[in-house]
Structure formats: structure tokens, C-alpha cells
Design a protein around this ligand. Structure first.
Ligand code: GTP
Ligand code: MG
Length: 335
């Protein structure tokens, strides 16, 4: 299966830049959405601080990592030190506090894998999920946002890949396909691997930012504005990169032996990580190492059935990029 098909250069590839960039532009959230998100955050901060003056709220996920498309829900983390309270009790209490202030559909989901309070703000129309003390997610959000500032092609590529994944139904972890977070890591890894590289490996550079979260040391070079125009020697266009991305996952990735690792900016072996066999529910059929929680494989949700679907979708997309006269339409056709 590997190297089954040659990547034959399609002469009209660069005619696809304009339509791809138009899709990207159409997905960018308008400024007023950002303003509404800030309004909602300010309201929540006010309500929370009445009960817990020392607690803090952080936005994480796509509304803060710069990979959020228009009309995304917001993910919020409540950072709180309440040694005497169970997480589920904090969530119930939080739901109570928010319920009493005109917010709608406030629900505490205390038994979910990541327990949250869900709510909708009727004023702004925004929905949000609030979790507790998930500070690793806040830190990986910053890492993604910092990567996005280095080269504009990352954000363009990731928007297009996320849009493709949503259109094709392969962005649903509860159905065994990949999270948006996993797709963004795949894009970062891919751009780290281009020659010349389009992105550096921030975790292999001199540390300028370092925090400890739940015994995990999170350290990397975060002064990305000092990197100048890092990817300038690579002239690949967005159309070439979209094609290359799908081609890599369709025909080049060694699913049996390889783990992609943004942390090291390279590919590492499954053997090295002891990810060669199924342990519990983790099957490791496609391996994407979390940059900080390195024992965490973001591909763990993928099973025997969904790996087949995923790989067929990568092949379909690569073939469309290679042969279809109008890839920008065909690629995103609903499944
Ligand atoms: P969309 O909501 O699809 O636009 O993207 P998102 O980036 O918000 O992704 P998602 O809602 O799936 O995840 C929210 C955040 O949780 C991610 O951005 C990560 O910061 C964090 N996260 C950490 N570990 C995981 C994980 O194993 N799976 C997922 N999905 N998210 C994780
Ligand atoms: Mg989200």
C-alpha cells in the first residue's frame, strides 16, 4: 500500500490556490463573533468570581488556538483550587450559579469522559462547555496558537483540512474518527517535515516558556515573533500543500510502525513508545503523539472499522487532488 501511487505533478495545480484561499477566507470568524465571545467570557467571570474570588477562567480549544472557524462553540476551563470539593460537586455548584443568571440550557454532565457544564447564552447565541482544571488543554492551546503565528500556510491548511474532515464525517471521535486537535497536529507535523521546513520544532529549541501541569513539564520556545519569516525558503503553495497532506496520509505514512510527533519534529517508532499492541481500548492504528502528554495517542479512538474509513477518505482526497478537474467542489462533497 505504501508508495502505491506516484505523485505526478498536475500542471494546473496552482490554479487551485485562489479557490482554496477563498474557502479559507469564508471560514474565518468575523470580528463581531470574537467580540461576543469576550462579552460572554466577561459575564461568566463576573458570576464565577462572586462565588469563588480566586478562581480563573481560560478560553482554550479552537476559539483560542486560532484554528476556530466561524460559529464554533467555545471551550472554557475553570481553574480552581477547592481541595475539599469533588469535581462533580464543583460542576453542580457552577451549574447552579449560572442557571440563576438567565443563561439557557445549563446542564452539568458530571459522568462524561471530560466532565463539563454546558450552556447557551441567549444574548450572544453562543454555546459553551466549561471544564475544570484542564490546564494541559490551556497550554496545548497556546502551543498551537504560537505555531499558527509562524507561517500563514498552517492556518490555511488546517482550516481546509478541518472543513474537509467535517464535510466527510471524519471529525467525530465518538464514531472512531479524529478530533480537530488531532488534525491540527497532523498539519503542524506535515509542515515541520517539508524540505525546506515550513515550521520549526518549538519544543526542541531553547526554552522561553515553561510550566508544570499535573507533573508534566511543558516547555518550549514561544517567542515566535523572533523567528522572522521562518518558512520563506519554502515556496510551496496552499494547493500543493493540501495535495501533499492527503498524499502523505494516503500513500506514504507507515501505519504499522510510525508515530507522528510534533514534540520532536519527526517520526518516531511505535516500538520505542510501546504502542505496538492493543492495551485496553487503545489500538494505536494511527498514532499521533500529544506534544505534552506523551503517553497519550490522539489516534486511540480509531478502531478497525474507522481506520478503514479514514484511509479510504485520505485516498479519495489524494486522488481528487490528482485527477479531478474541479477538486475544490468534489473534495468537500457531503458523504
Ligand atoms: P473544533 O471545536 O472542532 O473547532 O476544534 P477544537 O480545537 O476546539 O477541538 P475540540 O473541541 O475537539 O478540543 C478542544 C481542545 O481540547 C483542544 O483544542 C485541545 O486543546 C484539548 N485536548 C486535549 N487533549 C485532547 C484530546 O485527546 N482530544 C481532544 N479532542 N481534545 C483534546
Ligand atoms: Mg471546540
Amino acid at each position: 500500500r505504501i508508495y502505491k501511487r506516484q505523485m505526478i505533478c498536475r500542471r494546473d495545480i496552482d490554479n487551485l490556490n485562489v479557490p482554496f484561499l477563498a474557502i479559507y477566507e469564508s471560514l474565518i470568524p468575523p470580528e463581531e463573533e470574537k467580540v461576543k465571545q469576550k462579552q460572554l467570557l466577561a459575564l461568566l467571570e463576573k458570576l464565577v468570581s462572586k462565588e469563588w474570588p480566586k478562581a480563573r477562567l481560560y478560553i482554550y480549544g479552537s476559539c483560542a488556538n486560532s484554528f476556530g472557524v466561524s460559529k464554533s462553540d467555545i471551550d472554557i476551563c475553570l481553574a480552581i483550587e477547592e481541595a475539599n470539593m469533588e469535581k462533580s460537586d464543583i460542576l453542580m455548584k457552577l451549574a447552579d450559579i449560572l442557571q440563576s443568571d438567565n443563561l439557557q440550557n445549563v446542564q452539568a454532565l458530571t459522568r462524561a469522559r471530560v466532565p463539563i457544564v454546558k450552556l447557551m447564552d441567549p444574548v450572544t447565541g453562543i454555546s459553551c462547555d466549561i471544564c475544570i482544571n484542564n490546564l494541559l488543554a490551556v497550554v496545548n492551546t497556546k502551543l498551537l496558537r504560537d505555531y499558527a503565528q509562524i507561517d500563514a500556510r498552517l492556518r490555511q491548511l488546517a482550516f481546509i483540512i478541518k472543513h474537509w474532515a467535517k464535510s466527510r464525517g471524519v471529525n467525530e471521535t465518538y464514531h472512531g474518527t479524529l478530533s480537530s486537535y488531532a488534525y491540527v497536529l497532523m498539519c503542524i507535523h506535515f509542515l515541520q517535515q517539508r524540505r525546506p521546513a515550513i515550521l520549526p520544532c518549538l519544543q526542541e529549541m531553547g526554552t522561553t516558556y515553561s510550566v508544570n501541569v499535573d507533573d508534566v513539564k511543558c516547555a518550549y520556545f514561544d517567542q515566535v515573533n523572533r523567528l522572522g519569516d521562518f518558512g520563506r525558503r519554502n515556496k510551496e503553495t496552499i494547493a500543493q500543500l493540501v495535495w501533499g497532506f492527503f498524499y502523505y496520509w494516503a500513500y506514504c505514512h507507515d501505519y504499522a510502525n510510525s508515530v507522528i510527533s510534533v514534540r520532536t519534529g519527526s517520526i518516531i517508532s511505535k516500538r520505542e513508545k510501546d504502542w505496538t499492541r492493543r492495551v485496553g481500548n487503545d489500538r494505536h492504528l494511527i498514532c499521533i503523539e500529544d506534544p505534552f502528554e506523551i503517553s497519550h495517542d490522539l489516534g486511540r479512538v480509531v478502531d478497525k472499522r474507522s481506520i478503514k474509513i479514514l484511509r479510504e477518505e485520505f485516498e479519495r482526497a489524494a486522488d481528487i487532488m490528482q485527477y479531478d478537474p474541479n477538486p475544490c467542489v468534489k473534495l468537500f462533497e457531503p458523504y
